[in-house]
Design a protein around this ligand. Structure first.
Ligand SMILES: [Zn+2]
Length: 342
């Protein structure tokens, strides 16, 4: 395995990014049968090129593909795993609809879900490390109807086997860094015990860097359970409360890195560079700089694209100023040897 040394305070994104307006219009036409699949594929590819360019132009060290191909984070995976069917869309917020999946038969891994996304991103990005995101087993279980397994716990464990195969497929494709997204984790704290075990099962035998993102919740109540979690990084939201309860990281597991959220994704006001610097300085009182990555709180998907760009630029500028004071080397990420079987 070769490796890549990142600059101190590596900057990255959580994953999702606003779709270009033209892409949204094309998807509508495609769904109504007016555009052929191969043209839609070309449009998705071009959208990834443009959102990776946005991130790299802003100076982000570790870009994602902006999840341009995914309408919704659970639906996208459930559509590609055997054993799911879908009910009519339900309204989740505003005008957004979610086709709620239901498990009706034994789950089956039908082949890789995100490997092609990774391979395309890799050809498009000029950065040495890119980030892939996948939805975690607990969140898929929590947001689905369970009409087959006897308990939600059993369903989550079956899903963890599928996600394990997907992580291994990404490793074989050469993906160095994957983030498991578990936004549902804070909604049922009583289930954290077994949810952590399900996630550990998903990463068993996986030798690449795996982080986990959890949207804002009661981190203070969650953190004690996360000691046993085998991921090496936790990405949390802090900007949306103006870094107020940052002291919660005092109890943060010492073997893990913190992906520190410095950009509020639910507010269109663009942060100032000084605000971001102040937040990072505050967290540095509790976590050594070697264990910090800098990212927005959550996916930027719901922001207007020009605001997303501007927020990333501010994040990077804040980090660049801090790097002039903190003259240290950044963390190292190992690159797995691609081993693609055709
Ligand atoms: Zn989030």
């Amino acid at each position: 395995m070769s490796e890549v040394r990142l600059p101190v305070l590596p900057t990255t994104v959580i994953g999702s990014y606003p779709r270009p307006t033209w892409l949204r219009r094309m998807i509508k036409l495609w769904k109504s049968g007016k555009i052929e699949d191969e043209h839609m594929k070309e449009a998705f590819d071009d959208a990834v090129v443009s959102v990776v360019r946005d991130q790299e132009n802003a100076g982000v060290d570790i870009p994602s593909d902006g999840e341009q191909r995914r309408d919704e984070m659970v639906e996208y995976f459930a559509e590609r795993i055997g054993g799911f069917k879908f009910y009519d869309p339900i309204r989740i917020w505003g005008n957004a609809y979610f086709k709620k999946p239901a498990v009706y038969a034994p789950l089956e891994y039908k082949g890789s879900i995100t490997v092609n996304e990774y391979l395309f991103l890799r050809t498009v990005s000029t950065r040495p490390i890119v980030k892939m995101t996948i939805t975690g087993p607990y969140t898929i279980a929590d947001w689905s109807f369970n009409e087959y397994y006897s308990t939600k716990e059993e369903l989550a464990f079956e899903l963890s086997k599928i996600i394990n195969r997907e992580l291994k497929a990404l490793e074989e494709a050469g993906a160095p860094y994957v983030q498991i997204d578990e936004p549902a984790l804070t909604t049922h704290l009583k289930e954290l015990d077994w949810a952590v075990e399900a996630i550990n099962n998903a990463i068993k035998g996986v030798n690449i860097k795996v982080g986990m993102h959890v949207c804002y919740g009661e981190y203070s109540r969650m953190i004690p359970y996360l000691d046993n979690l085998k991921v090496s990084q936790l990405a949390f939201e802090f900007a949306n409360r103006s870094f107020k309860d940052i002291e919660v990281v005092k109890k943060f597991p010492e073997d893990k890195e913190l992906g520190f959220g410095v950009i509020d994704v639910h507010n269109r006001r663009v942060e100032t560079v000084d605000e971001v610097i102040a937040g990072i300085k505050k967290v540095l009182e509790f976590i050594p700089v070697e264990r910090l990555y800098i990212n927005p709180d959550c996916g930027l998907k719901l922001l207007p694209r020009e605001i997303a760009r501007e927020k990333m630029r501010v994040m990077v500028e804040a980090v660049n100023r801090l790097r002039k004071e903190i003259r240290k080397e950044g963390p190292v990420i190992r690159l797995p040897q691609p081993n693609l079987k055709q």
